[in-house]
Design a protein around this ligand. Structure first.
Ligand code: ARG
Length: 432
């Protein structure tokens, strides 16, 4: 197939809808791929839309089974958040959208790979890293980097001029990305952090998206979550697979006042952005797994675990899914997650908190932790402090030196250490 054929990751939104006729204007034959990542949209209707915009072919591919098998276990079991808050909804799906696109291009015998991400965001990196890793010989085109349009209104005008009007006005204020995990809202009023944000108004304007019909009242006040090897296996006694659990929690709790996270994040491109992420399932499951990890893991393993979560999140955020580091992080994650087993009760009001942890093999020991009388030997702590101080601090530190260290022309730390070393050593040995 000639390079004038192209395979577009088509979402049905404004950007990729404008890209179809634009590509045709550039002489391309367009093959659209709509990837099902759990967005609550009518995908067959969007497929028709891609065709009506001029695509030669349009196919729907379901990436959910692969996403649930390959990446969700780690996003859940590691409680992975980027910069401590963002639960990665968009970052989880992008590599798998690119993968479906590449598979389609291979079926067609080649073609240029096209995505609709802008030059400001992370998504361009995620798509193009995946293309480079998996299909380095395929040409790539990102229309946002070469076309004449400057913003969303330009795209609406362009489509209208071609007689291809759509319902783009409804959501034109925001950039939305929706999947099985979250609905992300960026742009619009979120772009000015100095003006007071009315989250309720933003939520109301996107209320019809994400997770089907709202329940008048959430179905439970508490959730008993059974976790095996870091993953939820049953909720309130009913066995449910993680994909069903996530779908159900998202649909049941998406209107709760705690269902979202609002954060300014550092994009990989260096541009800061502000996002509202509606992701109640991820929030609840992260809270539950976190509580279990605190009960089950010893201190060094817990530190590794927390760090693994940060590393895994940052790796995914930067789009490095098809890489050695992902494999390394996942094998370490599996080793830690094996220890995360037990039941966790999450109370949902006023905001979710863990009211009970029943770990299969807890390291939290009431006999030791209690403030009441127990077999614990308080005398043991004397020796513990003497010995651990020796390695943690090792020499006395005078109050006068402490004060002078705060002054602008303080003596260098090396001089202070020299003066103290003799008396310090004497004091320690006499104490022991
Ligand atoms: N800031 C988030 C991320 O980089 C969300 C991006 C959402 N993408 C979008 N095209 N609206 O993962």
């Amino acid at each position: 197939m000639s390079a004038k054929h192209c395979v577009l990751a088509y979402s049905g939104g404004l950007d990729t809808s404008a890209i179809v006729p634009w590509l045709i204007d550039q002489g391309y034959v367009v093959h659209a791929v709509l990837v099902d990542v759990g967005q609550s949209e009518d995908l067959p209707a969007l497929r028709e839309k891609a065709l009506s915009l001029g695509s030669e072919t349009a196919v729907v591919r379901d990436a959910k089974p692969e996403i649930f098998e390959k990446v969700v276990p780690y996003a859940l079991g590691l409680g992975a958040t980027y910069e401590g808050v963002y639960r990665l909804g968009t970052a989880l799906t992008r590599p798998f959208i690119a993968l479906e696109q590449i598979r389609r291009a291979r079926e067609l015998g080649g073609g240029t790979l096209i995505h609709g991400a802008t030059g400001k965001g992370n998504d361009q990196v995620r798509f193009e890293y995946a293309y480079r890793s998996l299909a380095p010989d395929y040409p790539v085109l990102a229309p946002w980097k070469s076309w004449e349009f400057g913003g969303r209104q330009d795209l609406i005008d362009y489509l209208a001029n071609k007689g291809l009007e759509g319902d783009y006005e409804v959501i034109k204020d925001y950039s939305l990305d929706e999947n099985f995990w979250h609905l992300s809202v960026e742009g619009g009023v979120l772009e000015d952090p100095t003006s007071t944000l009315e989250v309720d108004r933003v939520l109301a304007s996107v209320a019809d998206r994400f997770g089907g019909n709202a329940h008048a009242k959430p179905p439970s006040k508490t959730l008993e979550i059974k976790i095996e090897e870091g993953l939820p296996v049953s909720i309130n006694g009913e066995s449910v697979a993680p994909d069903r659990t996530i779908a159900r929690l998202n649909s049941d709790y998406r209107h709760e006042p705690w269902s979202w996270d609002l954060v300014i994040e550092n994009r990989f491109t260096g541009v800061k952005s502000r996002g509202l992420y509606i992701n109640p399932a991820a929030k609840l499951l992260h809270i539950a797994v976190d509580a279990l990890s605190r009960s089950c893991l010893n201190k060094p393993t817990f530190d590794y675990y927390v760090n693994l979560g940060h590393q895994y999140a940052a790796m995914l955020y930067r789009g490095e899914y098809f890489s050695d580091q992902r494999m390394i992080l996942e094998s370490a994650a599996r080793a830690v997650m094996r220890s995360l087993n037990g039941d966790v009760t999450v109370n949902l009001s006023p905001t979710p908190y863990v009211s009970r942890i029943n770990a299969d093999r807890p390291l939290f020991c009431e006999e030791i932790a209690t403030f009441e009388k127990s077999d614990f030997s308080h005398q043991d702590a004397q020796g513990f402090i003497r010995l651990s101080w020796q390695s943690a601090v090792g020499q006395p530190f005078s109050e006068a030196e402490n004060e002078s260290a705060m002054e602008p022309n303080a003596r260098p730390a090396s001089e202070v250490c020299r003066d103290q070393s003799v008396s310090g050593a004497g004091l320690v040995s006499s104490a022991l």
